[in-house]
Design a protein. Sequence first.
Length: 593
Amino acid sequence: MVYDQPAVNVGVADLIGQILVREAGLKPEYLERALVKQEEEGGRVGEILLRMQAITESALMRALAIQHETPFRDKLPNPEEIDATLIEQLPINFAKQHKVIPIAQDEDTGRVEVAVSDPLALEILDDIAVLVGTAVEPVLAAPSEVVELINKSYGRLREGADLEQKEDDGGEFADAEELVDILDLTDEAPIIRWVNSLLFQAVKERASDIHIEPGEKEVKVRYRIDGALRESKTAHKQFLPSIVARVKIMAGLNIAEKRLPQDGRIRRKIAGKDIDMRVATAPTAAGERVTIRLLDRSSVLLGLGDIGMVSDTLGHIRKIIERPHGILLVTGPTGSGKTTTLYACLSEINSPELNILTIEDPVEYQLEGISQTQVNTKIDLTFANGLRSFLRHDPDVIMVGEIRDRDTAEIAITASLTGHFVFSTIHTNDAAGALTRLIDMGVEPFLVASSLVGALAQRLVRRPCKDCAEPVTPSVAAVQELGLDPDRFFSGGYADIPKLPGAREIPDATVLKARGCPLCTHTGYTGRTGVYELLMVDEGVRRLALSKSDAGAIRSAGIESGMVTLREDGARKVLQGLTTPEEVVMVTAESEG
C-alpha cells in the first residue's frame, strides 16, 4: 500500500534525524551518537543509525518519504503483477546499479510508477523516462525490497526464454533451477546459473556458510543462518563434478585435483553487496564436498558501539584499548564473533599516530591504515614467526589472530612487556579460562599476571523476528535459570538496566517468544547480537594467577569485583527484547556449567 503524506507540511528543511525521533520513536541519545559518528567518519545519518541497529530500514525510508514529500510503499507487488514489457525496457545492470524498477503504468495518463530507494535520484528518473518513453512517478521503497523484486522479475523473463532448454537439461536439476543475476557473471550455462542462484540465495537469506554435500543419490545444499544449519536445495548426483568444478574455477583452484583438500577465495558483487567468499574443498567417500564461508564487509566492519555491548562493558573495553601496553584476549568458540570484536577495537583506535600491525589466518578484510599479514605455513610464516618479525617494525599495536602455542604466547607477552599493546584470541569457554589456558601452555604465571589486562568472553545469540515474536509471561523456573530474581522480575524491578540500540519495548514481567513467519523463513529469528563477559585483571586475579589457581577461583574473584557473566549479560538482553531465554540458556550452558 502507498502511505499518504501527513497533514502537517513537512519541508526538506526538516532534518532526517528530527523526523525519525518524531515519527519513528528514535531515542534522542542514539541520534546524538550517530551525529558524533557522522562528524568523525562522514556518511549519512540514516545509514549510520541503520548500522547501529537503532532504526529499521523501513523506518528510515518512511522518514525519507516524509522529508522529500514522496509516496512510500512498504510492500511492493509480486513479479507476476508487473507488466513484462515495462521490465524489458530497463536493462538489468541499470536497474541493479541504481536500485530502481518500474512496477505499474496508469492506463489513463500512461505515467509509469517506479520504485526507487534514493529520493534524490532525479537524473536516474529522467533516464528511466527516456527508456520507457513516458513520464514516470517515483515511490520510495526499502533498497532490499527493490533488489529482491529486480532479481525475481528479471529471473521470470529469463525463465520464459529458457523453457525448452530446461526441458532438455531434464530431471530434478532443471526443476530446482532458479535464475539469478550476478552483475559480473552473465553466462547462461545451466550449471553456472545454478551456482549463481546458490550464492544469491545465500546472500539474500543472510547465510554465513554454504555446505555443498554429496550423498548417495543427490547433492544437498545447506545454509548456516544465524548459527543454525538449514537445508536449502538439492541437485541430482550426476551434476556434482560440474558444480564442484564451477566453484573451483571461481576460486582459482585446481579442478583436476580431487584427492586433496584445497582452499581458495572468491570475490563477487551479489545483490548490490561486495561479498568475499572463502572456499574449502575436501574429498569424501561420496565425492568432493565444498564449504563456502561468506564474508559480508558491512557485517564485519562494525564499530565498538554497534556490536551489542552494554554501556558498562563498553566503557571498560575502551579504557583497556587506550592503554599503551598490555594484552587483551578475546575468547569463545569458532563463529562467536571474535574477529568482528577485534576489528571493532582496531577501528576504534586506528589513527595516523599509531603503527598497527596484524598477523591473521586468514586476513578477512583489509583495514585502511593498518598493515595486515596472512599466515602461510608453506613458507614457515606462522603466528610466532610473524609476531617475532613485527617487533623489528616499531609497532604500537599488534593483533595476533590466535594464540595456539607456547611460542606465540611468550612472544606476545614479551611484546606487551616492552611497550606494545597486543590483541589476540584464545579458545576457552569463559574469560577466566584464558589465564589458565596460557599457564597450561607452559607460560610462566608471573608473565601472565603482569601482561594480561583483560579477557573478554563472548557468544552470539539470535534476535527474535520483529514481525512475529510475541511477549509471553515466563515460568518462575525459566526466570531463575536466567539468574534473575523472580520477585524483582515479576514486579517490573529490572526497568532501570542500561539500554542498548535496538532494544524493544515489551510489557513488564514478559519476555519475547520466537514464533515464525515468512519474513524470518519460519525460524522465529532474524540476525544476531553478542553477549559478553569481561574479566578485568586486577590485583586479586593476579594473585590467583601467580598461585596457579583454577579457572573457577579466578571466575569467582572476577564476579566479586563486579564482572557481569555471559548468562547475566544474556539476561539483560532478554529483558530488552534483544533475544529469548532459550537462546541465552543454550549458548551460555558451557560457561555456567
